[in-house]
Design a protein around this ligand. Structure first.
Ligand code: ZN
Length: 98
C-alpha cells in the first residue's frame, strides 16, 4: 500500500470502524514508514491537546453531547471517549477550595 492519508490515520487513531479492516495494514505501515508515523504522532498530539482544552467542560449528558464541542463528529467521538474517564487525581490547576 502507498502512504496513508491524514484522514485514514485519524480514523485509525480513533479506532473507527471505517478502518477496522485496514487496521493491521496501517499498523504495519506505520512501523515501517517514518513519514506516516510522524504524521500519526502529530494527529495524536492534536487530539491530546484538544482533549486537554475540553477537559474542563461538563461531562457528556445522557444524549452523549458535550457542550461547546467543535462540529467534527470524529473529534466529538474522541472527546466523548476520553472525557468520560473519571479523574481520580487532584487537579493542580483548580485545587479544591475551603
Ligand atoms: Zn507512509
Amino acid at each position: 500500500m502507498g502512504h496513508i492519508d491524514e484522514h485514514t490515520l485519524e480514523l485509525f487513531f480513533l479506532e473507527a470502524s471505517e478502518v477496522a479492516e485496514q487496521h493491521d495494514a496501517i499498523a504495519s505501515h506505520l512501523r515501517r514508514c517514518p513519514s506516516c508515523s510522524a504524521l500519526s504522532a502529530e494527529i495524536a498530539e492534536f487530539y491530546e491537546l484538544t482533549a486537554i482544552h475540553y477537559s474542563d467542560r461538563p461531562a457528556p449528558d445522557e444524549a452523549g453531547k458535550i457542550s461547546g464541542l467543535p462540529d467534527d463528529p470524529y473529534l466529538q467521538a474522541f472527546l466523548k471517549k476520553v472525557l468520560v474517564i473519571p479523574s481520580d487525581t487532584s487537579d493542580p490547576v483548580n485545587p479544591p477550595s475551603g
